[in-house]
Write a protein that binds this ligand. Structure first.
Ligand code: TYD
Ligand code: MG
Length: 444
């Protein structure tokens, strides 16, 4: 069905050319154009018939569960037939571990999973699976990096899912550029895409986030694939966040929380409880924020420590919170709420390794700082939601009611919100007009 046709491609920039020439007119490189043989489908006649919109086959309804409810939720209800999913993240964060869990759940004797072991040896993958108790699953390991052969094998075994781990280590036959280069990674992804759409098989690509430019990072593929997920976390905490940043088949900015343990990644169905587990509510300097991760509110502890400085310039340090935002909050605290910190070091920490980017956590951060400065605890039932403006006013935030509900579900009965949110009935939190008033309410 397929015959080979000669085409020409530039080794350095990946541009396709009709014919060979000495210099690539796209990147200016000399002697970089090479011939490559690409299989092309032969067609008997000139065109392909068009189909009325309503009669286009709709596969998006056929979702396949990954066996992890949280993973499914981030995907928008499971993997879609023919959908191409990219999972990006730092090396060692747990991408292969997560994908192995899903592969083991999806593979059946009739439709096994084809796992392209382009990076690790089959032995290493087996060891990981053994550690996770998944050795006996219907996952076939493909021990080579060439993508054409791998896709042919996927067809041969009637694979129900194909995993390419990682996309930066697979290679395309006949393409002279180094594995991991932009042209290799893009060409391989395009071939995989073609396969996914024709065979109506879901494919998961694993991609490392890279700091240096020699290896193409997941960003170069974001526009090609259907869904882009990032697995985040740090070396010091077991929590991992799976975040969707693009999804043609579901919601974006949805977040799932997992925990890395001795036998693989496990879902955390109630992450708020996890982030609050070690909180001592009687300790000054602790408060509770309710950031929105995706569409879901999380309840998170914020800690602050205020201590007399030993330096001419007091130190400010923020972990999980923007340092510039902290400087702004300190200025507002001093001008609008008479919390003077000019001779004090200030440390702020978001517990559990989360990175909060939302202004809606301002009030909780400010309360934690004031609580430490005054040496007064907020009490066990206080949570705080609200953005702080430069004149100390509390500004309303999206989904206030939803956040209050989540806080109350976890026992935070006194949930401070901007007066505007409380007034228009958007939530049954305790309204405060400005920072000074909120501190008065929270710290007495
Ligand atoms: P891995 O999935 O190989 O990361 P990636 O594919 O993103 O590079 O996971 C690597 C780390 O996870 C490694 O440091 C070991 C740790 N790990 C566990 O803690 N428990 C486990 O059950 C597994 C399989 C790995
Ligand atoms: Mg890996």
């Amino acid at each position: 069905m397929a015959k080979a046709r000669a085409s020409y491609i530039c080794k350095s920039c990946g541009t396709h050319h009709q014919q060979w020439s000495g210099q690539c007119n796209a990147c200016g490189e000399w002697n970089s154009i090479v011939e490559q043989r690409m299989p092309v489908a032969t067609r008997s006649d000139a065109g392909v018939a068009s189909v009325p919109l309503a009669r286009v086959e709709d596969h998006a309804g056929n979702r396949r569960s990954t066996g992890l409810a949280e993973f499914d939720r981030v995907l928008g209800g499971g993997l879609v037939e023919g959908g191409l999913v990219l999972i990006g993240g730092d090396p060692g964060i747990g991408k292969s571990t997560l994908v192995m869990r899903a592969a083991a759940a999806l593979g059946t004797a009739k439709r096994p999973v084809l796992y392209i072991a382009a990076e690790e040896s089959p032995q290493q993958i087996r060891m990981r699976a053994r550690r996770m108790g998944l050795e006996a699953s219907d996952v076939h390991i493909y021990p080579d990096t060439e993508i054409g052969g791998a896709l042919a094998e996927a067809q041969r075994i009637n694979a129900g899912l194909v995993v390419a781990d990682s996309i930066q280590t697979v290679r395309v036959e006949g393409l002279a550029a180094a594995p991991g280069s932009v042209s290799q990674v893009r060409e391989a992804t395009l071939q995989i895409m073609q396969f996914a759409k024709t065979a109506q098989t879901p494919v998961v690509l694993v991609g490392h986030v890279t700091k240096e430019g020699t290896v193409a990072g997941p960003r170069t593929l974001e526009h090609i694939v259907d869904t882009v997920l990032y697995l985040e976390g740090d070396d010091f905490h077991a929590q991992r966040l799976l975040r969707s940043v693009k999804n043609r088949f579901g919601p974006t900015f949805e977040v799932a929380v997992f925990e890395m343990s001795g036998d693989g990644l496990h879902e955390v169905p109630n992450p708020s409880a996890l982030f609050l587990a070690e909180r001592d509510a009687r300790a000054p300097g602790s408060s509770v924020a309710v950031p929105l991760e995706g569409t879901r509110p999380l309840v998170v502890e914020i800690q602050a420590l205020v201590a007399p400085t030993a330096y001419a310039l007091p130190k400010r340090l923020a972990t999980g919170f923007d340092l510039n935002r902290l400087h702004m909050l300190l200025a507002v605290l001093s001008r609008q709420a008479d919390v003077q910190l000019g001779n004090h070091d200030v440390y702020v920490n978001v517990v559990g390794g989360l990175r909060l980017r939302e202004p809606a956590v301002d009030l909780a951060v400010a309360i934690a700082i004031a609580s430490s400065e005054r040496d007064v605890a907020t009490g066990p039932q206080v949570a705080a939601i609200g953005e702080i403006g430069l004149s100390g006013e509390l500004r309303s935030v999206p989904s206030a009611a939803q956040r209050v509900r989540e806080a109350q579900r976890l026992g935070f009965e006194r949930c401070f919100v901007p007066a505007t949110s409380a007034r228009n009935g958007a939530s049954d939190g305790v309204g405060a007009a400005n920072l000074a008033e909120a501190l008065e309410l929270a710290l007495t």
